[in-house]
Design a protein around this ligand. Sequence first.
Ligand code: GLC
Length: 428
Amino acid sequence: MTFMDLDGRAIAILQENDRGGFTIPTRRLYPFQWNWDSAFCALGFATFDPDRAWQEIETLFEGQWADGMVPHIIFRRDDPDYFPGPSVWRTPAEPPTSGYSQPPVVATIIRRLLREGNPDDTRRAAALFDKTLAWHRWFHTYRDPFRRGVIGLAHPWESGRDNSPDWDESLRAVAVAPDLEPYERRDLDHVDASERPHKDEYDRYLTIVSFGRNAAWDADTIARRGPFLVADPGLTFILLRADRDLLALANTLGRHDATGEIEGWISLAEAGADYMWNEAAHGFCARNMHDDVISPALTNASMLAFYAGAGSPAQRTRLAAEARRIADSVPFLMPSWDPARSEFEPRRYWRGPIWCVMNYMIADGFREAGEDALADRIRRDTAALIERAGFYENFDPTTGNGCGGADFSWTAAIWLAWASPTRVAAAA
Ligand code: GLC
């Protein structure tokens, strides 16, 4: 296929996965609306249908809870092909949703969608502003309960990096509920078991869900008394970047009433990042907020420090050196776990594979930090992976083969918005 053909295929994937105002990540494996997937899909739609791009974000906020949380899945209806569906979550939400959130990339995406001076864009961005602000406030309140300036996950699924080794230690500390309801997974009907989490982990994922359900999904109880709270460089850095973008939006939209609160969050996070600094790993790593144990190795989320504008110059120099070491060790960037570590599994879900959305954000950060060689390499690798393998969910960094679901929406979106060589040519 030529690049033009791939552009056409990417548009077709977004259209095929469009369920009328919202996009599913891929058929069968993920048949509902996912939070950060939708945000990235909007970037893809923006390249050929700006109205549809805004709509994707607007429908995402239909799932927003009264406390400000935007859930990680909006079900709208049940689908027997998916587990755990609404009957497991039993949240009080209408439309039915899951009970955790996902990385808040929305403010950053809204800022990119907004073509200054376009009245329709301005009106739609203004209508989304308070909702986004409320969601950020929810994160700063209920996912940083000790005001440390870092954002903790109440469930591995909240990170969007569901099966990362970052959660292994903290997950092992969760005692499986003796009265866990019997369940049947559906993911293994769609994807090979070698690319998915083990049963041990699934039992614990569902134990944490049952805590939330028993707490009637009260955010304060979940944050303070739940079985799992792990500071995540991914969530923390994505929110820090999103806060900076929200601040810029507040200024553009004349919402000066909101700027003081957002500036407070930014200062707190800039100071808080040190909590996740791992001197031995030369980077920011996940850290259990209950016992302060830090994860031993770098992930693709560690690399988002540049995107967030976090860390001291010395920390950033060391982290960039680690990125170059990893770049020399695999043919394709950016693996989701350090390939030098024994836990590295190049095909298993977040324990090695590459995700295009992470690459997009990481490269953006490297570019802004003046690390052009790394940014260029990541973009080239992303394009090469899609050209060779197709629009897969994720990719093996050692072979370039596609893994997980096929015809994946956010992979198509990232191709259109950033990775396609036709985009680079158009931007030049
Ligand atoms: C997986 C990923 C998550 C993503 C979802 C839909 O659960 O870990 O980040 O949002 O799939 O693509």
